[in-house]
Ligand binder design. Structure first.
Ligand code: GLN
Length: 454
């Protein structure tokens, strides 16, 4: 009830929810109350969650913030959300995002940008909450839900978490099922939670995770109780500091925060070690080949026949073209064009195959560090604090926007888990986050180390 009232009051200015489901919320909450009264109930019984619009929710608005999915209400429930309902969580509604999760500012949404609840001191300018899970991050930080689902293909959980002072974890690839989540780049996409504390994130992730026969890339491994790992501490852990992440022009505040984070970990008994991840600089360009390539293939299904929008034409080809021209926004079209270009016969080896080779090298950099005894790696989460909505320099230069992802895409390329944790503020009072990167399926160490920093 309280969350629904808060949504009514704040959503018109924040634009975090694209659909609110009060009837469903009240019905689910009532069922939870009854269970709790009988001393029953799951690990998340009665906890009100926001769901990113990328997750299929049966009979409920699911449009990936795109015009092309107009009116789409799936007949099925994504595995991740089904797991959350199984454990008693309550759905408040669907959260805004970049269209098809393509973006770093939530400005590519068909429903318009999400406004961050934060302002720089002494300024009233509206800031972005980050993207693509901007609605999730804004709703969590503004108390419009207890926690939210999100997805991360190249930073879309961690960058918005860093911009809004929340905790976001991208699990190891394969930890959560992708079934029923609208696909962007299938070899990189992972679901995960955004929450206000490390402990909340851990509890929610335990519920979201697990093997699913409907996703052949989900991994058949027992799901630990992640919340039990939160207070484990960092005594004896070796924390790697990759020298390639010290970028020229990085704000001093971020440098300082990074050193501060290392001090906090050392004070709790961790050892810090300089490491090298030599292929880091190739990660971003390789990501922006692999991700659009997979996207162009995944998005071929939106043809005006199967889902959502249809714009009639003189024949079927004309209908396809008119539907896709009207249904996709500019950034999505840019990705489809890049993707089809790098996959086309003449360029496949030069771009796509090359990017896949680079991906293998990036993965090996991390493997070498972990084989050398490193337990987790600490880096900044983003190269800056949140920027303004409608930033002209970024709008004019898509590559500058892509630079937001420098510290996060490497993790998706290697399939590793990564957590963003709030660590401080910049001079204008805006939240800044640090990122911890872990070994495959060792999210527990990340939760423990993030708890020391939060
Ligand atoms: N910002 C990146 C992109 O636009 C990452 C998006 C994501 O992780 N979904 O591709």
């Amino acid at each position: 009830g309280a969350y629904l009232t808060a949504i009514d009051a704040a959503n018109p200015s924040l634009n975090a929810y694209v659909a609110v489901t009060p009837d469903k919320a009240l019905e689910m909450a009532k069922a939870s109350d009854e269970k709790l009264m009988q001393g029953q109930g799951g690990t998340l019984e009665g906890i009100p969650l926001g769901i990113k619009d990328l997750f299929a929710t049966k009979g409920v608005h699911t449009q990936a913030a795109s015009h092309i999915l107009d009116g789409f209400k799936p007949e099925y429930e994504s595995t991740v959300t089904a797991n959350l309902w199984r454990d008693g969580a309550v759905m408040l509604g669907k959260l805004n995002m970049d269209e098809f999760a393509m973006g770093s500012s939530n400005e590519t949404s068909y429903y318009g940008p999400v406004v961050s609840p934060f302002r720089a001191e002494g300024s009233n300018a509206k800031l972005v909450p980050g993207g693509s899970s901007g609605g999730s991050a804004a709703a969590v930080s503004a108390w419009l839900c207890a926690a939210a689902t999100a997805t991360d293909t190249g930073g879309s959980i961690r960058q918005p978490a860093a911009f809004t002072g929340t905790v976001g974890i991208k699990p190891t690839y394969g930890r959560c099922s992708r079934w029923g989540t609208v696909a962007f780049a299938s070899s990189l996409d992972q679901a995960g939670p955004i929450a206000r504390t490390v402990e909340d994130a851990a509890m929610m992730m335990t519920s979201m995770s697990g093997f699913d026969v409907k996703d052949s890339t989900s991994v058949d491994l027992a799901v630990p109780d992640f919340a039990a790992a939160v207070e484990r501490g960092v005594k004896g852990l070796v924390i790697g500091v990759p020298r390639e992440y010290r970028m020229d022009g990085m704000p001093v505040e971020i440098e300082k925060l990074w050193s501060q984070g290392l001090e906090w970990l050392k004070a709790e008994g961790a050892t810090v070690r300089d490491i090298s991840l030599p292929h880091t600089k190739y990660a971003l360009p390789a990501y922006y080949i692999v991700a659009p390539a997979e996207a162009s293939s995944n998005l071929a299904r939106y043809d005006g026949v199967k889902y959502g929008l249809r714009v009639s034409g003189k024949d079927i080809t004309d209908m396809y073209e008119l539907t896709r021209a009207a249904g996709f926004g500019r950034e999505v079209k840019r990705r489809i064009m890049i993707g089809t270009y790098v996959l086309s016969a003449g360029y496949f080896d030069a771009f796509y195959v090359k990017a896949q080779k680079v991906r293998t090298l990036i993965k090996k950099d991390f493997e070498d560090a972990f084989n050398d005894g490193v337990d987790a790696i600490l880096t900044p989460a983003t190269p800056s604090a949140a920027f303004g909505i409608g930033d002209e320099a970024l709008a004019a230069d898509p590559v500058a926007m892509y630079l937001n992802d420098v510290f996060t895409v490497t993790v998706n390329m290697a399939g590793l888990p990564g957590i963003a944790v709030p660590a401080g503020k910049d001079a204008a009072g805006l939240p800044l986050g640090l990122q911890l990167i872990g070994k495959p399926f060792d999210e527990e160490t990340l939760f423990a180390a993030a708890r020391v920093i939060e």
